[in-house]
Design a binder for this molecule. Structure first.
Ligand SMILES: [Zn+2]
Length: 89
């Protein structure tokens, strides 16, 4: 079963013209091509969304790495201060 692209009435698959309004219907080949194109677009959109999510995760990971680095640097500096504390303190 298909639906007329013009009037929306239901008609048998494979008919070339709507029996209600007479509008020429897309062939099965065209429909199949459109379906596969729609599927490709859907996959592309999913890919883009995935890439976006990955980029966001990367940014978070970089920020976290910078934070850990800063913490480590602060700890090292603290230790240095303790190590090189002038005698008599
Ligand atoms: Zn029609």
């Amino acid at each position: 079963m298909g639906f007329c692209i013009n009037c929306g009435n239901q008609h048998q698959d494979g008919v070339r013209f709507c029996r209600f309004c007479g509008t020429a219907q897309p062939s099965e080949q065209l429909l199949a091509r459109l379906r596969s194109e729609a599927e490709q677009i859907r996959l592309l959109v999913m890919q883009m969304q995935q890439q976006q999510a990955n980029a966001q995760n990367d940014a978070y990971a970089r920020l976290e790495a910078m934070r850990l680095q800063a913490e480590a640097a602060a700890r090292a500096k603290n230790q240095q201060n303790q190590t090189f504390r002038p005698p008599g303190w």
